[in-house]
Structure formats: C-alpha cells, structure tokens
Design a protein around this ligand. Structure first.
Ligand SMILES: O=C[C@H](O)[C@@H](O)CC(=O)C(=O)O
Ligand SMILES: [Zn+2]
Length: 276
C-alpha cells in the first residue's frame, strides 16, 4: 500500500510541480487483475482500485492497518466505471453496473470482486475510511440517485451531481461518496470553488479521452496551484484546499469525503474573483 503523509498549506505553497504531484496525485490505479491502494493521513482515507479482468479477486489485508482484516475497523465505498461486475460481501451478492455504487459495512470479513465479461471488465474505484459501527452493506444504483443539475453552458460548467452515500441517502459512519458528470461542451468542475476544512476529499477522474487532460486546481483559495491529471487518476484534496478542475474535454469524476461531518452542503464557497 502506498502512503501519503499530510502537508501543511505553508509547505505546499513552496512545492514545485514534481513535489505537488508526488504528494497529491495518485497514478497507481486501475491495473488489470490487481488491487492498488494509497493510504492518506488526511482523515486516514484509503483510495484504491481493482480491475478483476481474468479472475475473481479477494480484498487482501495490509500490515499497516494492524487489523485482523481490512474492514475490521473500516467501511468501504465502491463505484464501477467499467463493464458489469459482481461483488460478494460475506453472504451478500451485488450486481454492479457502470456508475452503480456498493457500500460495504464495518465487520465484513470477505469481499470478492469479479467481472461479468473478460472483454469488458469491471473497473472498481475504492474509498475506505475508519468506522465505529456497522451499517448494512447495500447496492445503490445510478438510476436511484436523482442527479442535481448545476452550472450553465455560458460558464462551461454544466454538470449533473449524483449522490450515493450521504446523510439523506445510504447511511455510513463518515464516508460520503458520489460522482459528477460534465455535460458535453462543459469543462469546469466545482467552479465556483469551495473548501470544507472539516473534511478531506479525493477526486478520481474517469471517462476522459486518453489524449485529453484535466488541469486540477488545489491550494488555499488565495494561493492556488495546479496538477495536470489524466484519465483514471485521482487527487487528494486537503481539508483546507480548493478542488476544482478544467478539462480539455468533458469527463466524469468520483468525489469521496471523510472527516468531521457528513453534511454535503457544509462548504465554504469562494468567489471566483477572490481566487489567486
Ligand atoms: O464537496 C463536494 C464535492 O467537492 C463535489 O461534490 C463537488 C462537485 O461534484 C461539483 O461541483 O461538480
Ligand atoms: Zn468539496
């Protein structure tokens, strides 16, 4: 498992491109037939993936968790950005299509992942956070998650936000997760920007054509930096940082949060004219 320590705003303000990428960009994702995980010290969130291309894969355990099994003291959110798949969590089985989510509760000992077809494998994005009680595992279908449409064509930020795991939806201990789809012709996500000093966040960019990129913006609102992100890569957003992106085409991204509260609307907005 990769590990990322937490950085202060003062430290980040002095970083060059390579240092910013080494601390906040996660490129180690979506390998065929293997898991990859990055442990962040921001709220101890784990970002990972698995693509069960040719076989059934079982969630492993890791030394650095010092637990009997991965979800002994954790919960897990999963969103599929590939072909149809199946997840078995102890005795429960969930058929997970593209852009469906599965929540797996604390205490689940065995979790296996497989694809329906080798030619179109499931691509499963994983986000896990510490938990203190067991909520039931569940499938949340994309069709059930009524999207909120925001932004406009004029400002190139027309997009649909699908919330899956959150206070008014599938309940969890602290994990909050969903995804956002940019409409064709729109390129800006999360603009106007916001921070939420009470929660860290991770963004995973997907369905971005392989010859296109997203310029992801981070940093304190008056001290911004950027990272150039490719398809199937993720970024870690410190609680004090904005997290916005501008693509060279439209795209989708999975957002996932952990921290002090689960109130999706708890954001401190930043006026566009106040950014530096
Ligand atoms: O705290 C919430 C997250 O940053 C995202 O849900 C924002 C988002 O998807 C968007 O504006 O497009
Ligand atoms: Zn946010």
């Amino acid at each position: 498992m990769n590990q990322r320590y937490a950085n202060s705003p003062q430290e980040v303000a002095k970083m060059n491109t390579e240092e910013i990428r080494n601390n906040f960009l996660i490129e180690d994702l979506m390998w065929h037939d293997k898991f990859s995980f990055t442990y962040s010290h921001y709220d101890r969130a784990i970002v990972g993936s698995v693509v069960p291309a040719s076989k059934i894969l079982e969630l492993p355990n890791f030394d650095n968790l010092r637990s009997e099994y991965f979800l002994e003291r954790r919960e897990l959110g999963i969103i599929n950005v590939g072909g149809p798949g199946e997840i078995v969590a102890d005795d429960e089985s969930f058929k997970i299509n593209k852009l469906d989510a599965v929540y797996v509760g604390m205490g689940t000992k065995s979790i296996t992942f497989k694809s329906v077809s080798q030619d179109d494998p499931a691509k499963l994005y994983l986000f896990s956070t510490p938990a203190h009680q067991s909520y039931p595992s569940a499938l949340i279908k994309k069709e059930e998650a009524a999207p909120v449409n925001i932004g406009s064509k004029e400002t190139a930020n027309e997009r649909s936000i699908y919330k899956y795991i959150y206070l008014q939806g599938k309940r969890s201990c602290q994990l909050v997760m969903g995804l956002t789809l940019l409409h064709p012709g729109s390129v800006w996500n999360t603009m106007p920007s916001h921070t939420h000093d009470r929660r860290m966040e991770a963004y995973f960019y997907f369905d971005l054509p392989s010859d296109q990129v997203v310029f992801h913006y981070m940093g304190q609102p008056q001290e911004t930096r950027h990272l150039v992100v490719q398809n199937d890569q993720a970024i870690l957003s410190p609680p004090w940082s904005i997290h916005s992106g501008c693509g060279t085409s439209n795209y989708g991204f999975i957002w996932a949060m952990a921290g002090e509260n689960q109130d999706y609307a708890d954001m401190d907005p930043v006026l566009v004219k106040d950014l530096r």
